[in-house]
Design a protein around this ligand. Structure first.
Ligand SMILES: Cc1ncc(COP(=O)(O)O)c(C=O)c1O
Length: 428
């Protein structure tokens, strides 16, 4: 079954140097703007109109039982990803199949009828980026790339560095030099080649695109192998549906940096419906940004069809992409599904982190604080229906952004090691 539209330029599925089945049921690359197709390769831009490319498939019949019999990681969905059937044989971090927790305390606090947290902070490098990197690594391997690389706002660098170490491929990861120390250490521990660039993420991304154009054999996961990388985020949507008992939620709140994750979760729901794995139903999709970097939220609020780049200034550094590659697609999806894109202040991001921790025992990073804070705001402003079943995605771990909350929480008292001192502190 073809999920993406076939169009104009006929092209062979893959170049002759690629082994049969290297990309599973992917049949080519298709332009999201003009629909022109291209053969599979380390390409990301349409040669006809310069639009972004994505993967085109001819899926076989897939059953729930086949998926449920698979491993407890993203490879249970390998038939729906651009990876070979023997993917499990290649060393990788085996991310995914993270917990979906019913968040009764947070629901009660916010006045929601039913709320779930998809907790992706428990992935091998503690963010959802392990999913996308696993798919990009497979592509890099099949293309025979010699360097595995990325420009990153932090989490991606962690995931690329760790996955590359496990796969035994050279890694080079580029980050803005002002990133949080834990995110730097979490990359440098796995790779000798952490490069800090004096500039913001958009500067780092521009540099990476230039290097990708100049150097041979470099797989920049989110640049020249972006179509393969991005597909990894579909597994978040597949898992949510499977963990809900093969059902779609009514609404979902997702953080937005480049916007890739949100667009792929939407795509995953459409694919599950097309494959007959879940019943069709409307799902409202909401995007979350921090005000200090909220180009998509601004465009949503203003009713614009374009996303105007911003210069990021927020503690939510993992979401600090001022010129998001998938911003316009996020706008379209949120508008079409009856959702919204909203933003909150850095103080509200901090409060969101504390709220999730104190109600559900989950320590999220600033991206998750943004998502929880935006969820709260959407309820308060009436944009999100409290009676509908809601899922919120926690994409990263709070231990990577400790500084964000270190002034907000701490010891309630510092006391002498005596019972009297304890009683005097009034805690009992
Ligand atoms: C923890 C976390 N959540 C969400 C995102 C946003 O992802 P995307 O660029 O796919 O919108 C990022 C991006 O780096 C991230 O690190």
């Amino acid at each position: 079954m073809s999920i993406t539209a076939d169009h104009t330029t006929a092209a062979p599925a893959t170049s002759p140097s690629i082994r049969d089945g290297a990309f599973g049921h992917a049949t080519g690359l298709v332009c999201r703007e003009c629909g022109a197709t291209q053969e599979i390769g380390p390409h990301y831009v349409c040669t006809d109109c310069f639009g972004p490319l994505e993967i085109k498939y001819d899926f076989p019949a897939v059953t729930r039982e086949q998926i449920e019999a698979g491993p407890a990681n993203i490879w249970r969905y390998k038939a729906l990803l651009p990876v070979p059937d023997d993917i499990e044989a290649s060393p990788n971090l085996e991310p995914g199949f993270t917990r979906l927790l019913e968040a009764k305390n947070l629901a009660a606090e916010l006045g929601l009828a039913k709320l779930w947290v998809k907790d992706d902070s428990t992935n091998p490098t503690n963010s959802f980026k392990d999913r996308v990197v696993a798919c990009a690594l497979s592509a890099a391997r099949e293309f025979g790339s010699k360097v595995f690389a990325c420009p990153s706002t932090g989490n991606l660098a962690n995931a690329v560095a760790a996955a590359g170490a496990r796969a035994g491929i050279k890694t080079v990861v580029f980050i803005p030099s002002n990133l949080e120390t834990p995110k730097k250490v979490n990359s440098a521990i796995y790779t000798e080649n952490l490069v800090a660039v004096d500039g913001n993420y958009d500067d780092v991304n521009k540099l990476a695109s230039e290097i990708a154009g100049e150097e041979d054999g470099w797989a920049f996961v989110n640049v020249n192998v972006r179509p393969f990388y991005a597909e990894g985020s579909k597994t978040l949507g597949y898992e949510i549906a499977e963990q809900l008992g093969w059902r779609l939620p009514d609404q979902i709140v997702i953080p937005v940096a480049s916007g890739s994750q949100l667009t792929k979760v939407h795509k995953s729901f459409r694919e599950l419906v097309a494959l007959g794995l879940v019943e069709d139903k409307p799902v409202k999709i909401f995007g979350a940004q921090a005000t200090g970097c909220s180009p998509v939220s601004e465009a949503f609020r203003e009713g614009w069809d374009v996303v105007r780049p911003q210069r990021p200034d927020t503690i939510a550094k993992s979401l600090a992409i001022g010129n998001p590659a998938d911003g316009i697609y996020v706008l379209d999806i949120c508008r079409e599904t009856g959702g919204a894109v909203a933003d909150i202040s850095d103080d509200e991001v901090r409060q969101g982190i504390v709220l999730l921790a104190r109600t559900e025992g989950i320590f999220t990073e600033t991206a998750g604080g943004t998502t929880i804070g935006v969820l709260k705001k959407l309820v308060e402003t009436g944009q999100l229906d409290p009676e509908l079943e809601t899922v919120v995605i926690n994409t990263g771990h709070g231990l990577k952004t400790l500084d964000a909350v270190s002034d907000l929480v701490g010891p309630v008292a510092t006391i002498a090691p005596t019972y009297d001192a304890f009683v005097a502190a009034g805690i009992a």
